[in-house]
Design a protein around this ligand. Sequence first.
Ligand code: GLC
Length: 434
Amino acid sequence: MENLEKKAQNVLVQNWKDGFSIPCAKLYPFQWKWDSGFIAIGFAHFDMDKAEKEIETLLNAQWSNGFIPHIVFHTESDTYFPGPDFHRADLHPNASKEYKSTGMTQPPVTGFVLEEMYKISKDKKRSLAFIESVIDKVYDNHSYFYRERDPKNEGLVYIYHNWESGTDNSPLWDDIWATMNPPVYTFERRDIKHVDPAERPTQREYDHYLHIIDIAKKHNYNDAKIAELSPFLVQDPLFNSMLIKSNESLINLYKLIDSSSEKIKQLEAWQEKSIANFNAKLFDEELGAYIHYDLRNEVPLKHLSSSSFAPIYANIPDKERTAILVKNMLEVFGKEEHYLCASFDPRSNRFNPKKYWRGPVWINLNWILIKGLQQYGYHDVAERIKKDSLEIVEKNGFYEYFNPIKKVHLEENAGYGGNDFSWTAALTIDLLND
Ligand code: GLC
């Protein structure tokens, strides 16, 4: 395992580009918001300078309204589509003047990442000084979400694009695509030059992705207009769990820095409302799990995915509900023949064990589940997911995602998408030091 850790460190060092990290060469040649967070956790174990710089660079690209974009285009690259010229984030009056970016965001992990970095740090004084220098920016990001992304004042924020979810190609979104009929776009895909097309979204799926962006662009990425007009408007349990977990971390960190801060009161108020409505609205009794809600069409999206269990990490369910969740996870996703945890319900006809978010195991979701289960005292299940995670990485390499079917791992390489993928390496380091 020492060797695995060293290899993981090498991946991170290789993907470090003078101030920030790319998730993966060629396939993802820029800085991504939630990748950055997981990467910083990995670096914190052996190079705190880089961990801090990673976060600082991301936050430098924040807009004046608190928004943090999902991709920051630090450099030119012709290996990725759609680039800055398609996204045109500069249409928004508050966009960064210095950095090119997209006009959409990603799960708000930065708050809890700061707390993780603090826990890992051997020099608490230094870490606290760093946190003090950036924490208000993260707070402003949360403030943006509650101000602009919660039209019904429920404490539950929406995402307006599948790329905001982080689980980009999940079968969940098929329900939304069925309500849309976008034009056919002519463009050159770059992703399928680097990865087997069978592991990536279809051309038609890309039409949906681009169409939503076009609608947002037409209104200069105005949040109110997006809330009114975007055909994709979803309350996502993973996204909201990341926000709620980060609220909790910000409260803990503000208490260390300045326990009298007004911001603590505001964060506590957000927490109370968010957690109550999350439990009231996003838990499906029939499925025994948390689900997504389609705010545009006012219908729940009744599917099980690994996101259904993410609220455990954010301390959202009570003990009884957690027991139901864990039982379900083990029954549906934890069969003898499967590695935990497939990204989508293996019983569904939409399940695909090889395709991008339609079934494969992702190490970041596993990490979220492991940490959550540990908090609630489910140490055996957490251990099992950890063991599964390390085994598939050790066997295949630091891939982007992995086949959940164990048998396939005996026959062939079962890692897919990009190789030498940063968050897989980063979180492997963290799990090895757990
Ligand atoms: C893919 C993933 C997304 C990730 C990005 C960069 O698009 O779906 O979650 O942030 O790659 O790694």
